[in-house]
Design a binder for this molecule. Structure first.
Ligand code: XIL
Length: 315
């Protein structure tokens, strides 16, 4: 298996992977990270319910392990995520908030979490999934209690906590020219006009391997963010396959991975492509999409799949 990290300096594109700290105890998992990935994302352990389980208590034990591993291996980090509508703790959902008290809680949360890793976490998904599929604001606790400016506030708090960090808005179904991508485009234009610190847009890129990518609309979308001076990252790539599908599905999957890495290599505003896991041994897909799996580039035994080979060939 060629080690994908060897191409990092020449291609200027970092390949990343999401993980939980417990996966580092699996030696094959850890060495796959060292061989192939220059960037790590926190799959769950920086979400509110995990890092902030009680109003006055934070749990940084898992994230600290990931930070330590990344530093030991010269890897960049992506913090995921500071504002989302799910994986929030009960205490947050149950409390009686006013606009001001929830803004204060948000500010304190961001100050604590971003501040702890100041200078260590380079990229932050500040706000995740704020829009619905039609491009309207999703009806979350943040939107209901604070209003739409919870988004600009969150970016300002994150910037105050670490002025060097690169701050992203992150969402799914925003790869091409969808209503949701249009909403994100409008939002970032507003934020830029208001002088809010935002540096990039992340698109999750959770794909279903049955459908080929719509390359034209994707190119158009990437280019319009590029024209705003914004970085575009693929932040959670996986390509799921039906359990019943034969091996030819793996070749179709490889084509999608290949097209994504081609986009990353082609556009100078894409410098990170992060997979939502490393091997099919650990992936959120089988439990969230019944009857589907095999979504990543290494199989359950950490052996290469056609998708891995397709990426290696492009680098
Ligand atoms: C997923 C994790 O992978 C699962 O382990 C967890 O149970 C649910 O969340 N979009 C996101 C990620 O932004 O945070 C989600 O991660 C996948 C979809």
């Amino acid at each position: 298996l060629p080690h994908l990290r060897q191409y990092e300096a020449d291609t200027r594109v970092l390949l990343g992977a999401a993980l939980e700290s417990k996966h580092l105890e699996d030696a094959q998992f850890a060495s796959s990270l060292q061989q192939h990935f220059g960037q790590l994302s926190f799959e769950n352990e920086l979400k509110w319910e995990s890092v902030h389980p009680e109003p006055d208590r934070f749990d940084f034990s898992g994230p600290d392990k990931i930070v330590e591993f990344a530093q030991a291996n010269q890897m960049e980090l992506r913090g995921h995520t500071l504002v989302w509508h799910i994986q929030n703790p009960e205490w947050l959902l149950d409390a009686q908030w006013t606009r001001d008290s929830l803004l204060l809680a948000l500010e304190q949360h961001i100050h604590s979490v971003v501040g702890r890793y100041k200078g260590k976490i380079k990229y932050w998904d500040v706000v995740n999934e704020a829009f619905d599929d039609q491009g309207g604001y999703r009806d979350t606790i943040w939107y209901q209690v604070i209003g739409p400016d919870y988004i600009s506030k969150a970016f300002q708090y994150a910037h105050a906590a670490d002025p060097e960090a690169l701050l992203f808005y992150n969402d799914y179904s925003t790869e091409g020219m969808s209503p949701k991508a249009n909403a994100v485009y409008r939002l970032v234009n507003e934020l830029l006009d208001q002088g809010v610190p935002i540096h990039g847009v992340g698109t999750q890129a959770h794909f279903d391997g049955r459908y080929p990518l719509s390359r034209g609309p994707m190119a158009k979308n990437i280019e319009r963010f590029r024209e705003l001076g914004l970085t575009f990252h693929f932040t959670e790539v996986d390509v799921r396959i039906a359990d019943s599908a034969g091996v030819s599905a793996l070749d179709k999957q490889a084509e999608i991975y290949q097209e994504l890495i081609e986009f990353a290599l082609h556009y100078d505003n894409i410098d990170v492509m992060t997979m939502w896991g490393v091997s099919d041994k650990y992936s959120w897909i089988p439990s969230w999409f019944k009857g589907q799996g095999r979504a990543l580039i290494l199989d359950e035994n950490f052996q290469s799949k056609p998708a891995f080979d397709a990426i290696a060939e492009q680098l």
